[in-house]
Design a binder for this molecule. Structure first.
Ligand code: CMC
Length: 437
């Protein structure tokens, strides 16, 4: 089978050679970024599918939330550059922006912040869920379980067709996920759970629940607060990545938002995605010393070895990830403000970056540091355990996930996500009874 394509008038026409089957596909233009062919009628009219494992050339939805230009290394939330948001806004301002499309004025923002903070407590019975886990459980396992369990507690906001239910579920998720994350941590170290304090604000309350103990007063150090605010903003959304697409796919069947976000957490956990921040720290610890970098990189470049340079490479960025630039700056600032001089991990990471960026293997494949390369160094300096790194990513990304989910539910063209396949298994054949095999 072969096909002939011709373009003109903002569309492409494809004719299957030797048949009278033809289809015309409209070219859809976004505000910025590559145009897309609308292939929705392809199967009906030509009887063929497209093949795109990993979705490298597929736009799965129309979205107004986040834009990435991977060639120049640009990231915009609702049109605003990530550099400006990281420098000038708060995480809850970004949450309002992602969810509602616009920056809020002072009084709407205050109302939004209060609205979120009023939902920080968990149903008291949810406490008992934590006891069911082993103390040495990975906190991401606890996150998957407890976030999924929220749907068993908040029945009054599960009607996805009701805009008020959608709003309350979004607020509940953004507010409660930090409490679940902090309690997963406290459980793992055997300390009592610390209840939220809404007067502290979103980021400080999270750090308070993580670090305070009932035995003595705790004040959140401003340096930690500022660094975490920025860290959360950088991780808030990233268009149709694996976990956001998972949230959308789960939600496309009409599943409730708590279940969908639990699905997103599961997808984030993998080392190719959010699990990379934890993997970077493990990798740096394994390399151990600058002198071992060449040997490590030769393992990475060996086709028969599955080692990857974690925190490097990205499906979309073929240039420096703008979040990595801010993370690297932030790592230096945090270490300086915490009075940590000459952190060996940072020195090792910088040297690894320098050598990799001058190595043809990485240059020719356009592999640059991504957000995860420096993020763990900041978290480690802030005293957070490595096993919590991906959990923090999930806390920040919950805002993006629920914004993507809400946009999908409110899109009139939304249908259940149902990819097709090219089948290469056995053709139809008759069952062979056991005695004749
Ligand atoms: N180290 C060594 N080689 C790499 C790496 C890496 N980190 N990333 C890609 N490559 C090579 C890969 O082997 C392939 O080479 P070849 O053409 O010779 O077969 C080429 O570069 C293209 O790689 P790919 O696997 O087709 O690229 P992808 O778009 O499917 O994967 C990625 C993107 C992020 C999964 C991958 O770059 C990777 O595994 N990076 C390390 C994990 C990581 O840091 N993940 C965090 C991503 S950013 C935050 C997030 O999304 O959560």
């Amino acid at each position: 089978m072969s096909a002939t394509a011709s373009t003109g008038g903002g569309s492409v026409t494809i004719t299957l050679d030797g048949s009278n089957k033809t289809t015309s596909m409209k070219l859809m233009e976004g505000t910025v970024g590559p145009a897309v062919f609308d292939i929705r009628k392809l199967y009906d009219q030509l009887g063929v599918f497209t093949y795109d494992p990993g979705y490298g050339s597929t736009a799965s939805c129309e979205s107004k939330i986040t834009y990435i230009d991977g060639d120049v290394g640009e990231l915009l939330y609702r049109g605003y550059p990530i550099e400006q948001l990281a420098e000038q806004s708060t995480f809850l301002e970004v949450a309002h922006l992602l969810l509602n499309g616009e920056l809020a004025d002072a009084s709407s923002q205050k109302e939004f912040d209060l609205g979120i903070m009023r939902h920080t407590m968990l149903h008291e019975q949810l406490r008992r869920f934590f006891d069911g886990f082993r103390r040495d459980a990975h906190p991401m396992a606890v996150m998957c379980g407890v976030i999924g369990a929220l749907s068993a507690f908040y029945h009054d906001s599960l009607d996805i067709n009701d805009p008020e239910h959608r709003r309350i579920s979004a607020f509940r998720l953004i507010a409660k996920v930090p409490t679940i994350a902090a309690w997963a941590y406290k459980y793992s170290i055997g300390q009592p759970f610390i209840y939220p304090r809404n007067d502290l604000g979103y980021v400080d309350n999270f750090l308070y629940m993580m670090n305070a103990v009932p035995a003595e007063p705790y004040t959140v150090p401003p340096v930690l607060s500022k660094a975490m605010e920025r860290w959360f903003i950088l991780h808030a959304d990233h268009e149709q990545n694996a976990s956001s697409s998972t949230v959308r796919l789960a939600g496309s069947s009409g599943a409730n938002p708590f279940a969908c976000i639990a699905a997103g957490v599961a997808s984030l956990w993998g080392p190719a995605h959010g699990g990379a921040n934890e993997a970077v720290l493990k990798m740096l610890a394994d390399i151990g010393d600058v002198k071992n970098i060449p040997q490590f990189l030769s393992e990475v470049k060996d086709k028969n070895n599955h080692t990857r340079l974690m925190g490097f490479g990205h499906r979309v960025y073929k240039n420096y990830d703008p979040r990595a630039k801010i993370m690297s700056q932030s790592a230096h600032e945090v270490l300086k403000e915490l009075g940590i001089k000459g952190d060996p991990l940072l020195d090792l990471a910088m040297e690894l970056e320098r050598i990799a960026l001058s190595d043809d293997y990485f240059v020719s494949r356009k592999l640059y540091p991504n957000v995860d390369f420096y993020s763990g160094i900041i978290l480690k300096a802030m005293g957070l355990p490595v096993s919590m790194f991906t959990v923090l990513f999930a806390v920040a990304r919950t805002t993006g996930w629920i914004s993507q989910w809400k946009e999908m539910i409110e899109d009139p063209s939304q249908r259940i996500g149902r990819p097709r396949q090219i089948y290469t298994g056995a053709g139809r054949r008759d069952f062979v009874p056991m005695g004749k095999r």
